[in-house]
Ligand binder design. Structure first.
Ligand code: ADE
Ligand code: ZN
Length: 328
C-alpha cells in the first residue's frame, strides 16, 4: 500500500480556494460572468505571485453569489477530499464572501453549507468543521463583523476563528478585538503568520492574538528562540508545503523546513491550502513528503495524531475521527 492511500486529516483548507476551476467556470457560464483573466491556457488558475494570487482568488469567488452556490461548492470540495482519503477537514469560511458580514445572511450561507456537509458525511464518511475567517487586507472593521458572525454562530459546526489574506498589510495586533470577541464566544484561534511575513509575524500572532495554531508558520525556521517558544507553548503549525513551493517560499519539497521543524519538536501537520490553485491534493502532499524525506506510514500516523489532537472539534467528533484513522 502506498502512503498516499492512508487516511488523512486536513486542518488548513480555504473554502473558496478549494473550488475546482471547472466548477468556477461552470458558474461563470451560468451567470454570464467574464472570468477569462482568472484561467490559464491549461484550464487551471493563472497568477504570477502571492498578491496576484489573492486577487485572482477574489475574482474567482465573485461567482459564488449565494447559499446555493456555497452548498454546491461544499459538495464538490468534500467529494474531492474524500477521494483523497481525507476523513476530517476544517475549512476557512469567510463572512466577507458569505453575505458580506451581515449576521442574518451569514446564517443562511452556513445552513446551506452544513446541509451539504451532512450529506457528504453520510455518503463519504468525511466530517467538515468550519473556521470563520477574516481576510486581513479587507481591514480591521470587516474583521470585527466577521468575528461577530463567528460569535453568533459558535458551537457545533463552527469551531474556530482565523485570519488569512495579505500578511504585508496591518499587524496581527490590529485584529486583537476580532480575535478576543471570537475567543469570548468559545472559539479556538488560528492565524496565517510566517508565510510571507517573517518570524516576527509569528511572534506577533502568539503575543497579540493568543492563537493555538498558526497557518503556515514555516518561517519560524529562521529564529531558534521562536522555535523554542512554539515548542514550549505546544502550538501546532498548519503546514502547506505544496502551497509554499508554488508561491516561491522554497524551491522544492526537499528544501522545505517541515522536517527540520519536526526534528526540533515543533508540532506540524500537513494541508493543501488552496489545492487547485497550487496543483496539489492531499495524496500528492503525502507522496512528495515520502519522496523528499523518506516518511513512512508511522511518520504519517504521527502527523495525523498531531492533527487530531489540534483539531478544533468536540470530544465526540475527535473520537469518531480517531476510529476512522484506526480502521483504515
Ligand atoms: N488565502 C487563501 N490562501 C491563502 C494563503 N496561502 N495565504 C494567505 N491568505 C490566503
Ligand atoms: Zn491559507
Amino acid at each position: 500500500m502506498s502512503v498516499a492511500d492512508l487516511p488523512k486529516i486536513e486542518l488548513h483548507l480555504h473554502h473558496e480556494g478549494a473550488a475546482p476551476p471547472a466548477f468556477i467556470k461552470q458558474l461563470a457560464h451560468e451567470k454570464n460572468a467574464d472570468l477569462s483573466k482568472v484561467f490559464a491556457a491549461d484550464g487551471g488558475y493563472a497568477f504570477e505571485n502571492f498578491v496576484h494570487f489573492l486577487s485572482v482568488y477574489e475574482a474567482a469567488s465573485s461567482v459564488l453569489t449565494g447559499p446555493e452556490e456555497f452548498a454546491r461548492l461544499t459538495t464538490a470540495i468534500l467529494e474531492e477530499s474524500a477521494a483523497n482519503g481525507v476523513v476530517y477537514t476544517e475549512s476557512f469560511i469567510s463572512p466577507d464572501f458569505c453575505g458580506g458580514g451581515d449576521v442574518g445572511a451569514w446564517r443562511e450561507y452556513l445552513a446551506a453549507i452544513q446541509e451539504a456537509a451532512d450529506a457528504a458525511e453520510a455518503k463519504h464518511g468525511i466530517t467538515l468543521r468550519g473556521v470563520v475567517t477574516a481576510v486581513r487586507h479587507f481591514g480591521v472593521e470587516k474583521s470585527k463583523a466577521s468575528s461577530l458572525c463567528a460569535a453568533e454562530t459558535a458551537g457545533g459546526f463552527i469551531t474556530g476563528f482565523g485570519m488569512g489574506g495579505d500578511e504585508g498589510q496591518f499587524t496581527q495586533g490590529d485584529f486583537s478585538y476580532a480575535f478576543a470577541q471570537a475567543k469570548e464566544a468559545g472559539l479556538q484561534l488560528t492565524t496565517h503568520a510566517g508565510e510571507f511575513g517573517g518570524p516576527e509575524s509569528v511572534w506577533d500572532a502568539i503575543r497579540d492574538l493568543n492563537v493555538e495554531r498558526i497557518g503556515h508558520g514555516v518561517r519560524a525556521i529562521e529564529d531558534p528562540a521562536l522555535i523554542k517558544e512554539l515548542v514550549a507553548r505546544q502550538i501546532t503549525l498548519e503546514v502547506c508545503p505544496g502551497s509554499n513551493v508554488v508561491l516561491g517560499l522554497f524551491p522544492d519539497f526537499a528544501s522545505h523546513p517541515i522536517q527540520r521543524l519536526r526534528d526540533q519538536g515543533v508540532k506540524v501537520t500537513v494541508s493543501t491550502d488552496d489545492p487547485p490553485f497550487f496543483h496539489t491534493t492531499m495524496r500528492r502532499e503525502y507522496e512528495e513528503l515520502a519522496k523528499a524525506f523518506g516518511w513512512d506510514a508511522s511518520d504519517f500516523a504521527e502527523l495525523n495524531q498531531t492533527a487530531l489532537d489540534a483539531a478544533f472539534c468536540d470530544a465526540d467528533t475527535r473520537a469518531k475521527v480517531a476510529k476512522r484513522l484506526e480502521h483504515a
